[in-house]
Write a new protein. Sequence first.
Length: 290
Amino acid sequence: MGGATPQDGDANVGGAVPDAPLVDSPSEVSPRGPFLFYQSPVPLGGIAIDGSEIYWVEAGTSGGVNKMPTGGGGIQVITRTNSQEGPIFDVAVDATNVYWNRDHTVSQQPRSGGMITSPLVSGALTTRFLTVDDQGYVYVTTSAGYIVTSQGNQIRFTDQDGASGIAFYIDVSTRVSERDLAWGYSKGIRQGSIDGGGVQDLNMSMPDLVATAGVAADATDIFWITATGKVRAAPLAKLAPTNPPREICQAPAGFDADAGTDFPADIAVDSTWVYFTDPSAKQILRCLKE
């Protein structure tokens, strides 16, 4: 893409709502939520969190990538889609860069602003969800059922079913800390080491054998949102029939995993909250982790 994108000032689009309950009667609100965090004027794509800032994609040819503090405040525009480019799908962030993808290309820009570069071009494969590892390599799911990495543009996994969410994490429970990916598919969650080896399905109880949309991870747990709006979590390395996934919260009535927009629900976590998008309502919601 090339060129530098200016960092716009506060953009008065949509609005952050200070944890408004999503039902009329307070007696119906779970103590964990969900609570309304942000109301968008347009459909939403992927979301990501780093520290005290949340990033999200506003879909469509007039959309782009925005960010704001998770504690509330002004919205800052990172990049905007223009008429010569396709819509942006997902966003990821690490200590150095912000990453986003559209069609066949992943772009990156320093968090402080500056030159935009493209660390990954997927060729004929249409990119979907995006994550970045601890060494700055990007991994993206594709509509053709592959996971592609910017580390030499390799196809890392070829059995990725459903082109849904993906997350990088480090499993410190093993003898040697393992660098892993977890991604959603039509019946739950799959996992594989980015250094090679087999793929395994994480054990699910029968009610959880449904398609997964977004996936996220923190230092201890994997989080995901199902096509039916259930926000789930499980320990990184201890998911088993005797230790089934726990439910964090349930999306509001009327939740639709993509609402016909081709931008499925996504999920992100910080130290306190689990954030997720509701495509049908154009909202970012959040629930307390515990």
